[in-house]
Ligand binder design. Structure first.
Ligand SMILES: NC(=O)c1ccc[n+]([C@@H]2O[C@H](COP(=O)([O-])OP(=O)(O)OC[C@H]3O[C@@H](n4cnc5c(N)ncnc54)[C@H](O)[C@@H]3O)[C@@H](O)[C@H]2O)c1
Length: 396
């Protein structure tokens, strides 16, 4: 049994606790830390946690604690992780790893130097649907991945610090783009280098300095393109969707709205429906088990099994660093309105892949472009003549 110190008992701290303390898990949260101390105390009581404090240092240095979970506002991640490194504690950190790539690199260097286990808590690559899709993508079910689309949009975050760029590092892109980027990377292949990005971001609605809406394109070395759509202005709940398109297949995932679970109620109870749901009346889209559907359960199983078995989890601080570097390039592109390179001080994947098209031999003189059965029942093919390069069509 591993004892865990949880830093932060807000929305994500609660989800992490519900996940870690459910299904008869063997690891436990032993100390919680949040502000004010009374909030930590109430949380400890609610989830049967023996110790509480308002001191990050005290929670990290607790002599029984082996693992520290950082579930604090973004501007505190670096400080908390560096403290955990000094105390030689294993550390798991929520998304985004840091406010920017420079901070993320400092964090990565610190955990690697300290030799502590590190896991990046990117839950959305661990949803059961996403894990299944990544497995199928890896075994070639969709052929060469050409395009991914990941969308997260809702009516905006639940705490003031998210809306303040100085504490969050950015707006909707930093908050949710980090998920979408890592989902796209996971489908395309995390060893495939992200090369350049084009990003639009704007503040369309809210009176804040950060962007409340952004759309980014990330081009990978294979030629695959990953589309990221995030917004804090979306009305009607949380729109959480992914799509993948490859030379041999297509996937569409809906994680939150219209998942096949639709309920009508007059709303007399005034109760919580599901995260970021805007209504408790009429036709609703509840989620059966949020902790499971959002990937927290599989994520912690991977993290804690990996720690025990001395292996690397699916998501490490290296991945967090890559995501921060892609987001930095996005912000640069927003300013310059141009494609911007992803600057990677550290890259541990493949190098020098040449993007190219697939040549399918139809016969010795032609490549096959396309075959289609027409409404009249005849089959039409389009071919490219190898010698002349001309494109022709014929019925077969
Ligand atoms: N799906 C996800 O992975 C997901 C979802 C939501 C939030 N997050 C991330 O989790 C982190 C926290 O977000 P949240 O939504 O839980 O925020 P929140 O505002 O709900 O909670 C923040 C918590 O941090 C505590 N805190 C703040 N300053 C502190 C300090 N100086 N010392 C001790 N405790 C302090 C607060 O008391 C509170 O318990 C952020 O990095 C956010 O991006 C991840």
């Amino acid at each position: 049994m591993k004892k865990i110190s949880l830093l932060g008992t807000g929305l994500i701290g609660a989800f992490y606790t519900m996940s870690l303390h459910s299904h008869r898990r063997k690891d436990v949260i032993h100390t919680v830390c949040s502000l004010p101390e009374s909030a930590a105390k109430d949380f400890a009581k609610k989830y049967n946690i023996p110790k509480y404090t308002d001191s990050i240092k005290e929670a990290i240095e607790d002599k029984d604690t082996e693992i520290v979970i950082v579930a604090l506002p973004n501007y505190l991640h670096r400080e908390a992780i560096l403290m955990a490194c000094r105390a030689k504690k294993h550390v798991l950190c929520t998304k985004p790893l840091a406010m920017n790539a420079a901070e993320a690199k400092e964090i990565l260097d610190a955990v690697e130097k300290a030799g502590v286990f590190h896991g990046y808590l990117e839950d959305l690559v661990y949803t059961p649907k996403t894990l299944k899709t990544i497995g199928m993508a890896n075994n070639g079910s969709f052929g060469r991945i050409l395009w991914t689309r990941s969308r997260e949009a809702h009516p905006g975050p639940h705490s003031a610090w998210f809306w303040d760029k100085k504490q969050s590092g950015g707006g909707a892109l930093v908050d949710m783009g980090c998920h979408c980027i890592e989902i796209g990377r996971s489908f395309i292949g995390k060893d495939i280098k992200p090369v350049e990005v084009m990003c639009w971001a704007d503040t369309q609605v809210k009176p804040i300095e950060a962007e409340d809406h952004a759309i980014a394109l990330i081009r990978y070395e294979t030629g695959a393109i990953s589309q990221v759509e995030v917004s804090w202005n979306f009305r009607g709940g949380m729109d959480l969707r992914d799509e993948v398109s490859g030379t041999e297949g297509t996937v569409r995932l809906d994680h939150w709205l219209r998942t096949g679970f639709e309920v009508f109620t007059t709303g007399n109870t005034d109760k919580y429906v599901s995260e970021k749901s805007e209504s408790d009346a009429g036709w609703l889209f509840p989620v059966g088990d949020e902790v499971h559907a959002l990937g927290y359960s599989h994520m912690f199983t991977d993290m804690l099994d990996s720690l025990e078995n001395k292996t690397e989890p699916r998501e490490t601080f290296y991945d967090g660093y890559i995501v921060n570097a892609i987001m930095d390039a996005c912000y640069k592109s927003v300013k310059t309105k141009k494609w911007e390179n992803v600057e990677l001080e550290v890259w541990r994947g493949k190098e020098g892949i040449k993007a190219g098209i697939d040549l399918i031999d139809y016969d010795k003189d032609h490549y096959l472009i396309k075959k289609e059965v027409m409404p009249d029942g005849k089959t039409k093919i389009m071919l490219k003549e190898k010698a002349s390069g001309n494109i022709i069509q014929k019925y077969i």
